[in-house]
Each structure stands twice: as structure tokens, then as C-alpha cells.
Write a new protein. Structure first.
Length: 88
């Protein structure tokens, strides 16, 4: 079987909340036969209140490479009604 490079530059992990989730993605890539040097970056999407609280540990995880703000889902989880936009 011939090895090939990654089919994507990055994997976006939605609603990331735990470092273990990020490590599990790396492990799945390894089990699928993707060499460590050919694995795509993992981007953690912060879309939940728990993700915000754990953002520092997610950012420090060696398996992840960046954080992405998922503000629409976060606003929904926080039950934001949009009324703040009208405040002076």
C-alpha cells in the first residue's frame, strides 16, 4: 500500500470541550495509518460554555494547533436573545 499525504490541511473539531477529545482524534488518525508527519492540524472549535471554561487547557494540548470561536452556537447555548445589540 502506498502512503499518501493528508487530504486536508486541518480537521475542525466541533464543540471541543476536553483535551481527551483532541487526543482521540490524533489516535484515530494514527490507527487509520496516517503517519505522524502527514497528519493534518487539529483545530478546536469553542462553541459551548464548557469549551470556553476549558479553552486554556485546549490551547495547551500538544495535539491541537489552534482555537476557533464558534460564536453562533455559543450564543445559542448561552440563550442570548440579541437584545444587547440595541443597548447604547
Amino acid at each position: 500500500m502506498r502512503a499518501c499525504g493528508p487530504i486536508a490541511d486541518a480537521i475542525l473539531l466541533p464543540k471541543a470541550e476536553r483535551v481527551e477529545e483532541v487526543a482521540a482524534v490524533r489516535e484515530e488518525l494514527r490507527r487509520a495509518g496516517v503517519a505522524a508527519d502527514a497528519q493534518p492540524a487539529i483545530w478546536c472549535m469553542i462553541e459551548t460554555p464548557l469549551g470556553v471554561l476549558r479553552a486554556e487547557s485546549l490551547a495547551a494540548a500538544p495535539e491541537g494547533e489552534c482555537l476557533v470561536a464558534g460564536t453562533n452556537d455559543l450564543a445559542t447555548d448561552l440563550q442570548c436573545d440579541g437584545a444587547w445589540a440595541e443597548r447604547a
